[in-house]
Write a protein that binds this ligand. Structure first.
Ligand code: GLC
Length: 495
């Protein structure tokens, strides 16, 4: 048997063309993983996945080679808007770029929610129209986060009257629930988008793009099983918990995969010394070289904490900074890399001043240094207040840098805690987002580090894991198929 699936993948970021955070990793890898799926249960698959991105100025600045496809006009309630469609040349899956006045002369995300919504509303509505221009009928619209939320509602409204989209089902993936998009009903009106109406959604929230897509989608997914559960509770639900709890059957959690060949310390050309499970002793050279580069005491047995990530409330960096302050009596060093909110940056900087003999802080985004830290660090700190999935913990494990993380979202799903499985654990988890629990987990790790053999076994277990996309990508296919099967049931009922 052969099955063909057309997937329209609408997203704001796709690495290596454009990336701000983890969303870009997914946009850059999941479509490729889907396309490369071939056979399951004696069925051959042909998955035609096409990505649509806004032609952000930052993509233009990179001079990515593109070819022009067509221009067309979008009819809105406030006149026509011109859309310019092009395509990236030689990408692994087709990547289309939507351009127009509202996409230009602005950053990827700004601190002006009105401007951002104008841009992403235009992008989302134009995305569906692109399918018509290409005369390519999608089976599934797979939309991601608030930026593309209005495409989901637009589909829902159109398919009642437009046979082209009659059979298209939508999956809306939530990567970060608190980012809801701006609340500007007039922008929705411009495109004839109706607000959400479900009584489980507070009336003031019904014009938020996030709310509109949660309700209008045929299915919702999140990027880990635990996060799928968490968002139905007040702590993580961001006031959507009533709706999400009442519609639990609509939600699936699928943990993100990574491209394993891109994150392999045996072949990594950036790190000072490559290594694998059989040459784990070589790993130490990476630590020594970092200690030297950062002018820290060069000492192979000195535990080195690494912390890499956006400095936002979400990431909980402050919890570990305070914990480090309280662990002054123990020997350790820390290198912290990241950028974000001013207050957190300053907090990190002052820790580096207070403990200038052992803490280094680099305020920037630096993919090269991040890799070196995965290879050099003994322990990786990820104290997130919430973490829908997270990727850094998976990479750090593959590099033998043991994660110390909060037991939330994807962190809980990908790290096995020492107290839970004494023979199989891969890291140290703590439950509550407070400094005491963070400190406790860090102390447990430092203690464990003293036992060199146990630590080595821990590293080997962490490095030996399989976080590849293939299995997870099939989970998406199963979900797509479930949605399309509902289609058939509906048709039978109508007959
Ligand atoms: C968001 C989430 C992160 C997740 C990523 C990709 O950035 O904060 O946890 O890994 O999306 O799904």
């Amino acid at each position: 048997m052969k099955k063909k699936l057309n997937i329209l993948f609408v997203i704001s970021e796709a690495d290596p063309y454009i990336k701000v955070g983890g969303l870009g990793d997914i946009g850059g890898t999941l479509p490729i993983a889907l396309k490369s799926l071939k056979t399951r249960n004696n069925t051959d698959y042909e998955i035609d996945v096409r990505v649509i991105l806004p032609y952000h100025d930052q993509i233009k600045d990179k001079h990515v080679p593109t070819e022009w496809i067509t221009n067309f006009r979008l009819m809105t309630n406030r006149g026509f808007k011109d859309v310019y469609l092009s395509r990236i040349v030689n990408s692994e899956v087709p990547i289309y770029l939507i351009d127009g006045n509202l996409i230009r002369n602005t950053k990827i995300y700004t601190d002006n929610p009105y401007r951002d919504l104008e841009k992403f509303a235009f992008f989302s509505i134009a995305s569906l129209e692109v399918c018509k221009q290409l005369n390519w009928q999608p089976d599934i619209l797979h939309s991601h986060d608030w930026h593309t939320a209005l495409s989901v509602k637009s589909l829902r409204q159109r398919r009642a009257r437009d046979t082209f989209f009659k059979k298209t089902r939508s999956l809306y993936t939530v990567h970060n629930l608190p980012y809801s998009g701006g609340n500007y009903p007039e922008i929705l009106e411009t495109y004839g988008i109706r607000p959400a109406f479900d009584s489980h959604i507070f009336s003031e929230m019904r014009t938020l793009p996030m709310a509109v897509a949660l309700e209008a989608s045929d299915a919702i997914s999140t990027v880990s099983r635990t996060y799928a559960e968490e968002i139905t509770t007040p702590e993580f639900g961001n006031l959507y918990e009533n709706y999400l709890l009442a519609n639990k059957q609509k939600i699936t959690g699928i943990v993100n995969g990574i491209m394993m060949d891109q994150w392999n310390p045996a072949t990594d050309t950036i790190i000072a010394q490559t290594y694998d499970e059989n040459s784990l002793d070589d790993r130490i050279k990476n630590k020594l070289s970092m200690q030297e580069e950062f002018n820290l005491a060069v000492d192979p047995r000195m535990p080195l904490f690494a912390m890499v990530g956006r400095m936002s409330q979400q990431k909980g960096i402050d919890l570990c900074l305070d914990a480090l302050r309280r662990m002054g009596e123990l020997p350790w060093q820390a290198i912290i890399l990241g950028t974000g909110e001013r207050e957190i940056e300053n907090n990190a900087r002052s820790l580096a001043n207070e403990l200038s003999d052992r803490v280094r802080v680099e305020i920037r985004y630096d993919g090269v240094l991040a890799r070196k830290l995965y290879a050099a660090g003994d322990m990786f700190l990820m104290p997130s207040r919430y973490e829908p999935c997270g990727i850094a913990q998976m990479i750090s494990m593959l590099y033998g840098c043991i994660p110390i993380a909060r037991a939330t979202g994807g962190l809980k799903d990908t790290i096995i805690d020492a107290s839970k499985k004494p023979k199989a654990y891969t890291g140290f988890l703590f439950d509550k987002a407070n400094t005491w629990e963070a400190e406790n987990a860090m102390r447990r790790a430092l203690n464990e580090y003293q036992d060199q053999e146990a630590w080595r076994n821990l590293q080997l277990r962490a490095m030996n894991q399989d976080f590849s996309w293939e299995k997870q990508a099939w989970e998406y296919v199963k979900l797509y198929e479930k949605l399309l099967a509902q289609n058939k049931i509906k048709q039978v009922r109508i007959k």
